[in-house]
Design a protein around this ligand. Structure first.
Ligand code: NAG
Ligand code: NAG
Length: 550
């Protein structure tokens, strides 16, 4: 029997990817960590494969890079070359890359260096900064397969609008990163490129769907990556890998000419946003991008400049605090991260009140109905085209075998109306917190985990998450790192009592800290709609007050 068509596409795409790694960047056999080595985060420092200079350049934050290039202490060419080399290594150790664009990136870096020398000024606020892109973003001439064999060998004919705007501001592109096919899984795995793993423990995932970006940025193979999020896809991977990140409300960051699933599904919107290593970098990305006036190029973007007055915060902030959603409680490492954050914010004079988002369970029901409205037709069509199987988790959810019925237009409208009712209820509750705070204002933001557990082992599809309310109600949400899993402190106490059957299932799923060894722990900062400036400013405050303890 002839080999199925999808398998030959896989072989060809993987060979093509390998051929684009310069041979001098292939890790020599003698220093290649064996598969049993789980912690590879320190490979760049320990292996001797990088020069001190390469390490120094790649370990800087995005804001440091643009400052050093603008002051001509570093060149864009040396920074881009170093980060490409580190990306080549990340690909070999973590399998986080889909498309390689090293040569083009280095050519662009040289042009920018020459421009700065010739003109004595930068082209824009991102001059010389290499930025990595989730596989969805189109770069002319490269595939955006988003993990589907049927999308392979159809190179993009235009750049995504976001790519054009970032390039105008001075950014350099050099790589695209791995995702789950369909983009609708909590783990970045697909038939073409395989599975992305976590550099702090290769038995763990970096989450999904922006899991390739999370691996690149946490491994310092990227200063700043662009992810997308319709149900947790920026927030979960960033929480699992110790990053700062932002899931903006719809309309701030252009999503035009981006390869996507659910085209035309507008009940719940996917949004693009930055994943990076400091709050300054979140601000750099957002203010630079918004500064290009994206609404003049993308009619979906709102005509909102970066509002610096919204960044001015009162000296005392009031945070809502939620140990879960009232149905499922966080596992011990997430509880500990919440406790650390609470103690430090209180000590710094901020206020904490309990505010449990009970609406989350309903949000999950509504959002799943939105995601399933076509009965899985699109996912089935795009995998059937080459005969490739859907990932197990997706097959069981909306594959042919699941037999999910497509909804009628009327059912869809009813479901969307349920969202409007839920949004109203949530806003009213949020407003009423003004009766509890000492500031006279409602809470400034809500702090809680993004998922009840830290980075999980491979196998996709986890039993519960806290990520659906933000996209459903379009709430601006930040992510900040706090701590890492502690094998002593993060055991489930003997006297722990579940609050529901689901709670027990989730805690069993967490199991013990050894299942998540070395994973980093971040939390979410949930605000109102279109509060990107305020959330970014609050992440600065939290970084200064809470910091990270790993
Ligand atoms: C697409 O983007 C790349 C990378 O910035 C750039 O080199 C190229 O000129 C762009 N192509 C078009 C058609 O805009
Ligand atoms: C988006 O892509 C389509 C082709 O797929 C093209 O016709 C259109 O001009 C592009 N828009 C922008 C703003 O690049």
């Amino acid at each position: 029997m002839a080999e199925p068509i999808w398998k030959s596409i896989v072989a060809q795409k993987q060979a093509e990817r390998l051929s684009k790694i310069p041979t001098e960047w292939i890790i020599p056999e003698g220093i290649l960590p064996p598969p049993k080595d789980q912690f590879v985060q320190d490979f760049p420092q320990k292996s001797g494969f990088f020069t001190q200079r390469e390490l120094q350049l790649t370990e800087a934050t995005a804001s440091e890079v643009v400052a050093m290039i603008a002051s001509r202490e570093w060149t864009a060419t040396e920074v881009t070359t170093a980060v490409c080399k580190r990306t080549a290594v990340a690909l070999q150790l973590l399998n986080c890359v889909t498309e390689i664009y090293f040569e083009e990136g280095i050519v662009r870096a040289k042009e920018l260096d020459e421009y700065l020398k010739r003109e004595g000024k930068t082209v824009g606020p991102l001059h010389g900064l290499p930025i990595s892109l989730k596989d969805q973003f189109n770069l002319k001439g490269l595939d955006s397969t988003i993990g589907y064999c049927s999308y392979a060998n159809k190179p993009a004919e235009t750049n995504s609008t976001l790519v054009t705007l970032l390039a105008e501001a001075g950014a350099i592109f050099y790589v695209k990163s791995n995702v789950p096919s369909t983009l609708m899984m909590g783990e970045s795995v697909n038939n073409i490129f395989g599975r992305t793993v976590n550099p702090r423990n290769r038995q763990l995932t970096t989450g999904g769907s922006s899991g390739g970006e999370a691996a690149l940025v946490t491994f310092r193979a990227s200063f700043l990556g662009v992810g997308t999020d319709i149900g947790g896809s920026i927030r979960h991977p960033s929480s699992y890998t110790g990053l700062y990140a932002l899931r903006p409300s719809h309309g701030r960051v252009s999503y035009q000419n981006v390869t996507n699933t659910y085209l035309g599904q507008e009940a719940v919107r996917s949004c693009a946003g930055p994943m990076c290593r400091s709050p300054e970098d979140v601000r750099l990305f957002m203010s630079s991008l918004v500064g290009t006036k994206p609404w003049l190029y993308d009619p979906q973007c709102l005509p909102l400049p970066w509002r610096t007055e919204e960044e001015k915060l009162p000296s005392k902030l009031s945070f809502g605090f939620a140990m879960g959603d009232g149905h499922v409680t966080p596992s011990p490492p997430l509880r500990r991260a919440m406790d650390i954050t609470k103690a430090k914010l209180l000590a710094a004079g901020h206020e904490i009140i309990e505010f449990v988002p009970y609406e989350m369970a309903t949000a999950a029901e509504i959002i799943y109905k939105m995601w399933e409205a076509d009965g899985g037709y699109e996912f089935q069509r795009d995998t059937d085209a080459t005969g490739e199987p859907l990932q197990d988790f997706i097959e069981k959810w909306v594959g042919h075998s699941a037999g999910v019925k497509p909804q009628t237009a009327f059912e869809t409208w009813q479901n969307q109306h349920q969202r409007a009712l839920l949004a109203e209820k949530f806003l009213n509750r949020w407003q009423r917190t003004a009766e509890q705070t000492s500031t006279g204002r409602p809470i400034d933001a809500l702090i809680m985990p993004s998922t009840p557990f830290p980075a999980i082992q491979h196998g996709g599809g986890y039993p519960w998450q806290y990520g659906t309310l933000s996209p459903l109600l379009d709430l601006t949400t930040g992510v900040f790192p706090v701590t890492k899993v502690d094998l002593e402190k993060d055991r489930v106490p003997d006297d722990w009592q579940p609050i529901s059957a689901k709670d027990k299932e989730v805690m069993d799923y967490y199991g013990k800290p050894e299942n998540h060894e070395d994973a980093l722990i971040g939390l979410a900062l949930i605000a109102r709609r279109l509060e990107e400036e305020k959330v970014t400013a609050m992440m600065h405050v939290i970084r200064n007050v809470v910091g990270v303890d790993y």
